[in-house]
Design a binder for this molecule. Structure first.
Ligand SMILES: [Mg+2]
Length: 126
């Protein structure tokens, strides 16, 4: 998972629910899902490389998120819901990657994952 936009400055935003932690519906501020290993491995690698990684979430910064970080990432990461000019990349299960200055997505599969498959008449048999 190499991202050419990432360099040694700035920070990487990583969503919690559905990206770092398994999510199948909100169950309370104190409940964080099981770690999702590929993303957890990637974040651990970034941290080992000295990158500034932050949890980017709409949740309030509940202690359960800090515990998740400590248990799974080896350290407590900053928690934010704010984007700024130093955010280099955002990893998020709801994000749709858009080609810069073109306004079109990189990948239709990503749009489908976020919005669900488009209904067509062939699938409407009930
Ligand atoms: Mg999410």
């Amino acid at each position: 998972m190499t991202d050419p936009r990432i360099n040694d400055e700035g920070w990487i935003g990583v969503d919690l629910d559905g990206t770092l932690a398994y999510y199948d519906g909100f169950k309370g501020d104190d409940v964080v899902g099981e770690p999702i290993e590929p993303m957890v491995r990637q974040v651990r690698k970034w941290l080992a490389d000295g990158r500034d990684v932050r949890i980017f979430t709409a949740r309030s910064p509940h202690p359960a998120i800090r515990k998740f970080c400590k248990d799974n990432l080896g350290k407590i990461l900053p928690i934010t819901n704010l984007k700024d000019h130093n955010m280099q990349a955002l990893y998020d299960d709801r994000a749709v990657g858009i080609k810069r200055n073109e306004g079109i997505p990189f990948d239709d599969d990503n749009v489908e994952q976020v919005f669900g498959e488009e209904d067509d008449e062939e699938n409407e048999d009930d």
